[in-house]
Design a protein around this ligand. Structure first.
Ligand code: GRG
Length: 269
């Protein structure tokens, strides 16, 4: 399995999908559409939507049925990055190698661009080819990114109180983990996979989500990296990737794609 080729191929599909789903930069009122596009087409890895596509393919689903869901995940991820960069949160001037949305377009437009991406994501999920599956995907996604998921993780992260190990665990599983595990789950749902298979994909997503966070800590030299050092952090990420691969061992020959994506996380570190 040449994972690099797979990543290139699926990234192109996702970028084309995003291009077609986002309003044109000239559509009235242009400022908001330019701001949304500025952050979406800023060179993200597209790791989460690729996971959606791969999970769907593994379960025998078709790209055309899953592409809107995959793009919806990227829209939501990008909304969270735009809002995270705002002065009221992390106050970052750069994101994905270019000016952050509020630095380029001002705070008010950046807030609205994030809101616009989140809203467009829901529209895309609702427009799926199978209404029953669309509804399940919307339910899973809104739970994953609401106050019991992504937003909850962010709220605890920005609080100034001293954070225990359990609190840090909550932040990571909610802020980073939920969007990754919902990606694998909705890939399965789009393919019409059975509930046990969707749950298995979700467990795989949770485990690689942990590995993803640990590698991110390694890159930023923060979090777990500060408490246990580079070697132990690396070993922890490797163990999680092995565990994730064991979790999908029974899923069949096509599971190799998911195993390759799990390995790809380690290559980032
Ligand atoms: C504003 C509700 C709300 C949430 C913000 C995304 C986020 C939550 C915070 C950003 C800070 C951070 C380090 C989050 C952990 C997740 C993470 C590593 C995000 C970056 O994801 P990548 O590496 O980025 O996939 P690209 O740019 O490749 O998409």
């Amino acid at each position: 399995m040449d994972i690099k080729k797979y990543l290139d191929r699926t990234k192109t599909l996702i970028d084309k999908g995003l291009e077609s789903y986002l309003p044109s930069p000239r559509e009235y009122p242009p400022i908001i559409h330019r701001a949304m596009r500025h952050s979406i087409f800023a060179g993200g890895k597209r790791f989460r939507p690729i996971l959606v596509l791969a999970s769907c393919e593994v379960c025998g689903g078709k790209v055309k049925d899953v592409l809107p869901f995959a793009c919806a995940v990227e829209l939501i991820h990008t909304y969270s990055l735009i809002h995270d960069d705002l002065p009221a949160m992390d106050n970052d001037d750069y994101r994905r190698g270019r000016l952050s949305c509020h630095k380029k377009f001002g705070e008010a437009v950046a807030i609205l661009a994030g809101d616009g991406l989140l809203t467009l994501a829901i529209e895309l999920m609702a427009d799926g080819s199978n209404p029953k599956r669309s509804l399940r995907v919307i339910r899973e996604m809104t739970r994953a990114v609401g106050t019991r998921g992504l937003i909850g993780g962010q709220v605890v992260d920005i609080s100034k109180v001293q954070k225990s190990k359990a609190t840090l665990e909550y932040i990571h599983t909610h802020k980073t983990g939920r969007l990754i595990s919902v990606s694998t789950r909705i890939g399965g749902i789009a393919a019409g996979a059975s509930q046990p298979k969707v749950d298995l994909l979700g467990r795989f997503g949770e485990t690689i989500g942990r590995a993803f966070q640990i590698v991110d800590d390694m890159l930023d030299e923060e979090g777990i990296f500060l408490s246990i050092g580079a070697d132990r952090t690396r070993r922890m990420a490797e163990q999680l990737v092995s565990k994730a691969k064991e979790e999908i061992a029974g899923i069949g020959r096509k599971g190799k794609v998911l195993a390759g994506l799990a390995d790809f996380i380690l290559e980032q570190g």
